[in-house]
Structure formats: structure tokens, C-alpha cells
Design a protein around this ligand. Structure first.
Ligand code: DC
Length: 251
């Protein structure tokens, strides 16, 4: 009997249920604007896995920092804030929404004051250690997980079953970011965004702690010319191929 059950996805694609092992971590790494978050949520929905947006965890700490009036350079106070507050996800909704001490801050986290300081927050080594630990604890509770963030396959889950690295030219990524900002009713200048993205890429690739890198064994996909749906379908095919390659899989 074929253990694979094809199910209709909400977007009309198909996904597999039943064939995957109980534990299955899929990681999606890549630079800002490569489409990681949207793709991760959609892939998870299609495959019936949970999804984790790790950038939202760093953004929550950035929000705490803003609300407490603490400087992002005051590393000790930032880490203390992160330890003193509870960062959770509401897993009952899809995609999961982030809760700060029970307060739904998901929309607030995308605003520009948070975006402006979050990369400095994410560069604090002690905070990264705490986040890595928290992410592994989440994976222990949600062992069928698509997790995205720039260090998920390279640092946090180097043994993940399937590892992806999404990439795109900085001009394409800037246009995507601008589109998101316009959708939120914010003003934007694409060229300025492109320069900021390139500066962030340089600092992310050069940073000492968890630099942005292509994880060993990752499948690299240039999403520049692809729609989100095409990227998701391609990733589904790779995950299916991995499932089929496992001993005991049936076709
Ligand atoms: O993906 P994003 O824009 O929401 O991420 C917010 C910030 O956190 C961004 O500066 C990248 C950083 N980040 C990180 O350093 N490691 C992660 N696993 C996720 C995000």
C-alpha cells in the first residue's frame, strides 16, 4: 500500500502526508529579502509541518529594547530584558503568531523602528546563544518543523533532514522589501533599500558569530526569477525526493 497520501493544498498544489518520519526538520537559510519567511510558512502548510520564524524572535527582543528605552549597545541590559520576558508562539494559528508575555506583537515587529535596530540586537553573541537554545527547545516540542533564519542550517540544526539556502540578487530583494512596505502603507525608496541590503549582507557575511553562509549540504536556490509558488513547489519536490530516498519509503 502506498503510505503517501496526496492532499489538496489551499493554493491548489499537492503535498504529502504520512510518508515523512516523525522527526523532520527542514531549514531555510538565506539573506534578507530572499523570501525565507513567506516560503517557510507556505512550505510548512503544504507539507503539514509547523513553521518557525526565528527573525521574529530577534525582532521581539528589539521591541523589548525600544519599549524599555535601553540602548542596543548595552548588551547586558538587552540580554537581561530577553531573559525577563516570555517569548512564545501561538501554534494554534497558521502561521504561528509571536507572543511577548502573551501579547500578540506579530504586526508591531515589522515596523521600521524595530527593523532599524534588529540587526544590532541579533549581533549580540550572548543573546544568540540563548536564541539557539530556545530554537532547539522549540524543535524538541515541534519535531516536524520548517524553520527559517540565517543560521538555521549552518549553526542551529546542522543535522536537519533537508537544508535549503535561498538567494536572490540585491536589486530583486530590494524590490520585494519595497513591495512589502508599500503594502503596509509605508513610503520607500528602492535604491536606498538596495544599498541598505548590500551593507547588511556585507556585515552579516563578515560577522564573527554565526556569519551568513551556505550550510554544508544545503540545496541553494536562486529565487530571483521565480514566483513564491514556484519556489515552494520546487522545495516540496526536494523534500519529497528526500522522503523517497529514505529506506522503507514506498512509491
Ligand atoms: O528575517 P528577519 O528580517 O525578520 O530577521 C530580523 C533580524 O534578525 C535580521 O537582522 C536577521 C536577524 N536574524 C538572525 O541573525 N538570525 C536568525 N536566525 C534570524 C534572524
Amino acid at each position: 500500500m502506498n503510505r503517501r497520501t496526496m492532499i489538496e493544498s489551499p493554493k491548489g498544489g499537492v503535498s504529502i502526508k504520512g510518508l515523512r518520519p516523525t522527526n523532520m526538520i527542514v531549514t531555510i537559510d538565506g539573506p534578507a529579502g530572499s523570501g525565507k519567511t513567506t516560503v517557510a510558512h507556505s512550505l510548512a502548510r503544504h507539507l503539514g509541518l509547523d513553521s518557525l520564524d526565528t527573525g521574529a524572535m530577534y525582532r521581539s527582543v528589539a521591541l523589548l529594547t525600544i519599549e524599555a528605552g535601553v540602548s542596543p549597545e548595552d548588551h547586558e541590559s538587552v540580554v537581561a530584558l530577553a531573559c525577563d520576558h516570555r517569548i512564545d508562539f501561538d501554534w494554534d494559528v497558521t502561521p504561528p503568531r509571536i507572543l511577548l508575555d502573551g501579547r500578540d506583537v506579530d504586526d508591531r515587529l515589522r515596523q521600521s523602528d524595530v527593523s532599524e535596530i534588529v540587526s544590532r540586537i541579533a549581533g549580540i553573541p550572548m543573546l544568540r546563544d540563548a536564541m539557539v537554545e530556545a530554537q532547539r527547545a522549540i524543535a524538541a516540542r515541534h519535531p516536524r518543523l520548517v524553520t527559517e533564519g540565517r543560521d538555521q542550517g549552518s549553526v542551529v540544526f546542522p543535522d536537519a533532514e533537508v537544508r535549503f539556502y535561498l538567494d536572490a540578487d540585491s536589486g530583486v530583494r530590494a524590490k520585494r522589501r519595497a513591495g512589502e512596505m508599500r503594502d503596509r502603507g509605508e513610503d520607500c525608496d528602492v535604491e536606498k533599500i538596495r544599498r541598505a541590503i548590500e551593507a547588511r549582507d556585507r556585515s552579516d557575511r563578515g560577522r564573527k558569530d554565526a556569519p551568513l553562509t551556505i550550510p554544508v549540504g544545503a540545496i541553494r536556490i536562486d529565487t530571483g526569477e521565480m514566483s513564491i509558488e514556484e519556489v515552494v513547489n520546487l522545495l516540496i519536490r526536494h523534500v519529497e525526493a528526500w522522503c523517497d530516498s529514505k529506506p522503507g519509503s514506498e512509491s
